[in-house]
Ligand binder design. Structure first.
Ligand code: FES
Length: 182
């Protein structure tokens, strides 16, 4: 299990500090009482896309619970993520059909290519990587969902192509933005 997170705000990037400040401002309007722990965690994740680790302490203080208790509940449920979603979330299907067709190897290839583990987000917040259960198109296994797009029959050699396609689209969008500004 992951350790209870540190709280040193000097280690946080400005974006995470902004999210924590927002959570601190939102919590007083949320109901107190331990029975509200999960709804509060869900609401934070729904609003911010994830549950920042520092937010655990804020929720614990709001509900009068030990941070370890809040952290234990949050890590027990798969629905909570502790890293912000990337601008290009990559979800590797590991349902039965995709698993049988080599989904784990695809996941490893993305992890190696992006330099992150599953459940993590790259430092520039461009990519996040996670495993998901069946996404409902087993005939196309192994499947990867990039943003809203389904990538079918993914092979290890296709992983580089998927990332390159995203990079090219990013580059084109950046140039377009530059042109519009000039
Ligand atoms: S198992 Fe991957 S789409 Fe069904």
């Amino acid at each position: 299990m992951t350790d209870l997170p540190a709280t040193n705000s000097d280690e946080l990037d400005p974006e995470e500090q902004r999210v924590l400040a927002a959570i601190e401002a939102e919590l007083p309007s949320m109901p107190a009482g331990a029975q509200n722990l999960i709804p509060i965690l869900q609401r934070i994740q729904q609003t911010h896309g994830y549950l920042p680790r520092g937010g655990i302490y804020l929720v614990a203080r709001h509900l009068g619970l030990a941070p370890s208790k809040v952290f234990g509940v949050a890590t027990f449920y798969n629905q909570f993520r502790f890293n912000p979603p990337g601008r290009h979330p990559i979800k590797v299907c590991l349902g039965t059909a995709c698993h049988v067709k080599g989904g784990e190897i695809i996941l490893e290839n993305f992890a190696r290519r992006l330099g992150i583990e599953e459940g993590e987000t790259t430092k520039d917040r461009e990519y996040s990587l996670e495993r998901v259960a069946c996404v409902g198109c087993c005939a196309l296994a192994p499947v990867v969902v990039v943003g809203e797009k389904i990538e079918s029959y993914v092979t290890p050699s296709k992983v580089e192509g998927i990332i390159t396609e995203i990079e090219v689209r990013r580059e084109m969008a950046a140039r377009e933005e530059e042109r519009n500004e000039s």
